[in-house]
Design a protein around this ligand. Structure first.
Ligand code: HAM
Length: 422
């Protein structure tokens, strides 16, 4: 029986890799203009980390984590997101003592055991960005400006930016009380999951996809009527700053995000091109998270882009670099094979991508392979050429062939390669 990949886990095949790399390289380039540096964190963490940050009663922690009891009698989980791990590393390595402001990003796989469907995988990839140390609302807008620039540069056209404020530890409890009060009166009309959520985490009812719960939520009290003065002014300056950069946005007071650590600013980038899984990116502020995980009282804000979803809806970039070899060596006969073997690897270690055939094939089939690999040049070496200390260099586009001396081959190819790169 053939072994297949695990459900919801996908291979990224060679033909798709250039697009992935293009997106990753664009992210690195733009983030570096804004002063971000890369951090790489493990894919496995203590389960406790996610329980305490994302929240015990979120869908991610309750139902979606890949968790197991390690031989050391400790529960470990594959990371469902990167924020918690980055904050853990930030605290563990006292990064705040090096610089009071940390601007970090990471790119890598995340794991959530959700029901796989279009745009929803069990292993998916995120580009995750975090800023620690600022509570200025202009930073919130700056982060969105950077995200928008990135999305534009990778070719995303139609999307919406939804923003909201989730309040802080002083105003959110009052909103929560109002919600509980409202939902309590409608408890029996809620789905069973939401009836339970009402007691453990009532704001999660806002995320419910069941239509009858959506109806109830539509008439629920709105967070914007409960924000304290300080949250109100934070949100106002944030919105003004977005407008200053002409970033179009919509306020969505129903957007609560699926993770519990958020405070104040929350945002999502959505698109109609993806069907039900319409969020390409999401993020927000988490001013209490560092402290709650045992670090100093340092505010933070960040976002993550879902790479599979983004790649699905952006066009192939025109400047996609081909990964084709520059030269194919078609060798005929044992002596030619041995010479080609040496030449091919000498050129490669000198930085020129070269390919050859190791099994004896006709010239026709070797030229066919060179064509398929889209090599601009083929070097043909046969027994008679060797006797004359020559090789044939064929321009694959024009089919023009020239004889060159074997002693000059290395320099000639090197020269052509450099010229071609200009
Ligand atoms: P999130 O909204 O859970 O936020 O995920 C961010 C993005 O990851 C989503 O908008 C979506 O594009 C992608 N995504 C999530 N789940 C899946 C899935 N099962 N399959 C494919 N793509 C998926 C976070 O993860 C936060 N850590 C973001 C953040 C960073 N907040 C502050 N800093």
């Amino acid at each position: 029986m053939n072994i297949k990949a695990v459900k919801g886990f996908k291979d990224i095949l060679p033909q798709d890799s250039p697009k992935w790399r293009f997106v990753e390289e664009k992210a690195r380039e733009i983030f570096s203009h804004f002063g971000f540096r890369e951090i790489r964190v493990p894919v496995l963490e203590k389960t406790e980390l996610f329980r305490r940050s994302i929240g015990e009663s979120t869908d991610i922690v309750e139902k979606e984590m890949y968790t197991f009891l390690d031989k050391s009698d400790e529960y470990l989980s594959l990371r469902p997101e990167a924020t918690a791990s980055i904050i853990r590393a930030f605290i563990e390595h006292h990064l705040y003592t090096v610089d009071p402001i940390a601007k970090l990003y990471t790119i890598g796989p995340m794991f959530r055991r959700e029901r796989p469907q279009k745009g929803r995988l069990r292993q998916f990839h995120q580009i995750d960005v975090e800023i620690l140390g600022y509570n200025d609302p202009r930073i919130d807008a700056e982060l969105i400006l950077m995200l928008v620039q990135f999305l534009k540069d990778v070719g995303l056209r139609d999307y919406q930016i939804e923003v909201n404020s989730l309040g802080c530890s002083s105003c959110r409890p009052i909103f929560r009380e109002a919600i509980v009060d409202y939902l309590n009166k409608r408890e029996w009309d809620l789905c069973q999951d939401c009836q339970r959520r009402l007691y453990v985490n009532p704001l999660r009812v806002f995320d419910c996809k069941v239509p009858s719960c959506g109806e109830i939520v539509n008439f629920a009290p709105s967070i914007k009527d409960y924000l304290c003065e300080s949250c109100n002014s934070h949100f106002a300056v944030f919105c003004e700053s977005l407008a200053r950069f002409a970033i179009p946005y919509q306020v969505n007071a129903k957007m609560v995000r699926g993770l519990d650590y958020y405070t104040r600013t929350a945002f999502e980038i959505t698109t109609t091109a993806l069907g039900a899984q319409n969020a390409v990116a999401g993020g927000g502020r988490y001013d209490g998270l560092v402290k709650s995980l045992g670090g100093p009282d340092i505010p933070g804000i960040g976002f993550a882009v879902g790479m599979e979803r983004l790649l699905e809806i952006i066009p192939n970039p025109p400047e996609l670099r081909e990964e084709n070899p520059f030269l194919f060596i078609a060798a005929l006969g044992e002596l030619a094979q041995s010479l080609a073997y040496h030449l091919c690897n000498t050129l490669r270690i000198n930085g020129i991508p070269v390919e050859m055939n190791y099994c004896e094939r006709s010239l026709k089939s070797q030229l066919k392979r060179a064509d398929k690999l889209r090599c601009p040049y083929t070097l043909i070496i046969g027994e008679s050429e060797i006797q004359e200390n020559k090789a044939i260099l064929r321009d694959m586009r024009s089919s023009e062939q020239v004889l060159i001396c074997l002693n000059d081959v290395f320099e000639k190819i090197q020269w052509l390669y450099r010229e071609g790169k200009r």
